[in-house]
Design a protein around this ligand. Structure first.
Ligand code: NDP
Length: 311
């Protein structure tokens, strides 16, 4: 099976070449160039593909992402309908993300930013410590990663609520909400809001002033979904007027974050460079191998997303 590597931001051959040679030596990898042998290409591995990239491959059947998110692939105008888009599911990534979220939830609970400020000023002063059970966490997204995050936060003693598009089976440990009414109900009880949604037409701009106003006063945002979920000025305004106490941001509308961006120096905003978690290259290679097998057999690949839904 011939697979083309398509990205305008990453050298995918350096990234995956060795892992693919080990995991799936039967996949023949070609680079996306004007003279690439295009007719026999039935599979692509892509990340931020150029707009016209898929025009070259009339027999393309599936495109694999190198991540959990597929928004940059679905948005590619040359991707024909009917071509399957496949995401990576990697339990190791969910574990990494869970640690990242716990770090920030506990940071908010225990007041780590205040301790850092005290250290800077050489102030020895204990602080009243809040119990985990008094800090409610609402998670936007109850999927592969959101479920792991919720389970681990419950284990740490936090009251956890999760929001999804469709109703979920009742869980004994965390409470589930769905749909617009469910979102309002969850936000009313939420102190720390974690965004783990995919970027779709429905979720773009969801983290806005109207949503922040529905959270508990003094709330905190942990934003690890996609930059386009957040209306950045609305976040600054919500912090400015004290409705939110701060935010941890891992993803941004424009990455890397511009040098002049106000987030860099904001005392109540913590920034990481889209590094909350990543998939292992082994998981990507395994996903590509499983997709190649499915395409060869005429089956739908595992972890193919619903293109109409957007995730
Ligand atoms: P999944 O597709 O497994 O889960 C998505 C969840 O979001 C589902 O529960 C789904 O609901 C819910 N959802 C989607 N649309 C809506 C909507 N309109 N209203 C309410 N709920 C909705 O994704 P993952 O958990 O694997 O990953 C989630 C996202 O996290 C990724 O798409 C990516 O954007 C981000 N991410 C960020 C990383 C980082 O390093 N910053 C790393 C990895 C992921 P339902 O269950 O009903 O379908």
């Amino acid at each position: 099976m011939r697979c083309v590597l398509v990205s305008k931001t990453l050298d995918l051959r350096s990234y995956i070449g060795a892992a693919l040679a080990r995991t799936a030596p039967r996949i023949e990898v070609v680079d996306h160039t004007a003279d690439a042998p295009a007719q026999d290409v039935r599979l692509a591995l892509a990340w931020h593909p150029p707009h016209d990239a898929f025009e070259h491959y009339p027999n393309l059947e599936a495109v694999c992402s190198i991540a959990a998110g597929v928004d940059n692939i679905i948005a590619c105008p040359s991707l024909r309908s009917g071509v399957e888009v496949v995401r990576v599911v990697d339990p190791g990534q969910a574990q990494l993300m869970s640690g990242f979220i716990a770090w920030h939830v506990i940071g908010h609970q225990r007041g780590f930013a205040a301790f850092r400020a005290q250290q800077r000023d050489r102030i020895w002063q204990r602080r009243d410590q809040r119990r985990a059970q008094d800090v409610s966490v609402g998670i936007l997204g109850n999927g592969e990663i959101g479920q792991r995050v919720a389970a681990d936060l419950v284990h740490l003693g936090f009251p956890v609520m999760s929001w999804s598009r469709t109703a979920k089976a009742i869980s004994s440990s965390s409470r589930s909400f769905h749909g617009p009414a469910g979102l309002a109900a969850m936000l009313a009880e939420t102190e720390v809001l974690v965004n783990l949604l995919p970027l779709t037409a429905e979720t773009r701009g969801i983290l806005n002033g109207e949503l922040f106003a529905q959270m508990r006063r003094g709330g905190y945002l942990i934003q690890v979904g996609r930059g386009e979920h957040l209306v950045e000025d609305d976040l600054l305004a919500a912090i400015e007027r004290g409705h939110l106490s701060g935010a941890a941001l891992d993803v941004f509308t424009a990455e890397p974050l511009a040098q002049a961006h106000p987030f860099w120096h904001h005392p109540q905003i913590a920034i990481t460079p889209h590094d909350a978690s990543d998939v292992s290259v082994h998981a990507v290679a395994t996903t590509l191998a499983a997709t190649a097998d499915a395409v060869s057999a005429g089956r739908r690949p595992p972890h193919a997303i619903d293109r109409a839904r957007g995730y």
